[in-house]
Write a protein that binds this ligand. Structure first.
Ligand code: DLL
Length: 430
């Protein structure tokens, strides 16, 4: 494996012992930093009776209190910040579906850390300095656009910062400037693919598609890869860890998401408890950021479900742990007619039916007190509702109603797609 396949070869391929030593040293420092500089986090540790000096290595992490999204919301705007306001260089924010937003402030050093993690992802996907990269998430409070930008700067790519929207123009620019790397949220990857089909356009220079921010089943990855004619990567990150790419991405082997372990410590816990689950078993991903200044998270309950796939050295040469693509959020599980399932299972099934498009809706409703589900999917005329119902019955063990719509007919939202809707009493979808 040649050195130019890595952004930081020695760190990306460090031995497991070296990684553990780096993590322990950084954990000691970050715990001291938050204890000294943030009242909320200090109170939490005191209440739990934790002496920060007693946290000597990652083995001791279980003693520390956990953080969650509610804490971020209660601490809006900057009560969790661990540096003086004049140290701040940038902020991002996610609004979520309800309530007070989650704010992430950055120092200059945090922006470098973000750029470094994201640059590793670009190089891991096969991007090389000078490659044209088209960045399609919005440049604003959502972290997607700027994170992909900071990383592309660090990796020395040629940045085409189109931001969101105007897909025919995006395709024209990609063609005119020879875009080799296209980045975005998953549903925008779908949009580009659909509009390319409508315009009967191909993008011969495009080789790498980097998408994330939404549930991303394997069959959806295959569909997008085929539609774009590019290798597709599943990039992961969130506002609370510092944005897109901070946590990591799958490598060219496509066997799990490498989490950048010199920057983040990974635990998988049973949802709602502090009990660790065994490698290979699904649980909630809990993250500690080891190298951030303005707002490091300590044992942050991400709400995302995954499992440890492997701690072995990957055939790409990287040693950083691999987790499974995200299954869904802890509170995403649907229960209909006694069957538990995640929206991702429906996506995976729909995308395997030949002739389906990439847009779908899962509608939950109560009919005479009984919960039912209807699945709407866009598809070619050859696909019937019966075919959809049959495939879902085989995959899930019960028969949701299936309705087929012509391609382009289901509503689309800007940014992250909403896939699950609840039908209110008055018939509207929420
Ligand atoms: O969505 C960061 C991002 C931007 C990732 C662009 C990838 C591309 P938030 O808006 O804070 O940040 O949302 C974070 O989105 O907890 C997951 O539930 C979900 N998510 C992010 N990436 C993936 C992924 C960005 N690759 C929340 N697969 C996370 C599945 C993802 N879900």
């Amino acid at each position: 494996m040649s050195a130019d396949r890595y952004f930081q070869e020695s760190l990306e391929t460090a031995s497991l012992d070296a990684l553990r030593a780096i993590q322990s040293e950084r954990l000691r420092a970050v715990v001291r930093h938050v204890y000294e500089h943030n009242r909320v986090l200090r109170d939490q540790m005191n209440q739990r009776g934790v002496d920060p000096a007693a946290i000597q290595s990652v083995e001791d992490i279980g003693a520390l209190p956990l953080m969650n999204k509610d804490l971020f919301r209660e601490c809006y705007p900057l009560a969790l910040c661990c540096v003086a306001p004049n140290q701040l260089a940038e902020m991002h924010m996610s609004s979520g579906s309800t309530g007070t937003p989650v704010v992430m402030p950055y120092t200059k050093s945090d922006l470098n850390q973000w750029g470094e993690c994201m640059a590793r992802c670009y190089i891991m996907a096969g991007a090389r300095p000078g490659d044209p990269v088209q960045i399609t998430p919005s440049f604003g409070l959502f972290n997607g656009g700027f994170g992909m930008y900071h990383g592309a700067r660090a990796a020395g790519l040629f940045i085409i910062p189109t931001g969101a929207g105007n897909t025919p123009r995006q395709i024209k620019l990609a063609k005119d400037f020879g875009t080799r790397v296209l980045t975005g949220v998953v549903s925008y990857g779908i949009r580009v693919m659909e509009v390319m089909q409508e315009m009967q356009e191909r993008l011969p220079a495009l080789q790498i598609g980097i998408f994330g921010a939404e549930i991303f089943s394997d069959s959806m990855k295959k569909k997008i890869a085929k539609g774009l004619g590019a290798a597709v990567f599943d990039i992961y990150g969130m506002t609370e860890t510092g944005g897109v790419g901070t946590l990591g991405m799958d490598c060219q082997v496509h066997n799990g998401i490498h989490i950048w372990e010199d920057h983040y410590f990974v635990e998988i816990l049973k949802p709602g408890s502090e009990e660790p689950v065994l490698d290979g078993r699904q649980g909630e991903l809990v993250i500690t950021s080891l190298t951030r200044q303005a707002l490091p998270v300590i044992r942050f309950r991400t709400g995302d479900l995954t499992c440890i796939l492997s701690r072995e050295v990957c055939s790409c040469g990287r040693t950083h742990v691999r987790v499974a693509p995200i299954t869904g959020r802890v509170d995403d599980m649907l229960i209909v007619k006694g069957v538990n399932f995640f929206p991702k299972q429906i996506e995976q099934t729909l995308m395997q039916i030949p002739g389906t498009g990439a847009n779908y809706q899962i509608i939950i409703e109560e009919i005479e007190g009984v919960r039912d589900v209807t699945v709407n999917v866009e598809a070619e005329p050859s696909v019937t509702g019966f075919m959809v119902e049959k495939a879902l019955k085989e995959a899930l063990g019960f028969s949701p109603k299936g309705d087929v719509y012509p391609i382009g007919e289901l509503p689309r939202q800007p940014g992250k797609a909403q896939r699950v809707f609840y039908r209110a009493q008055d018939g509207t979808l929420q």
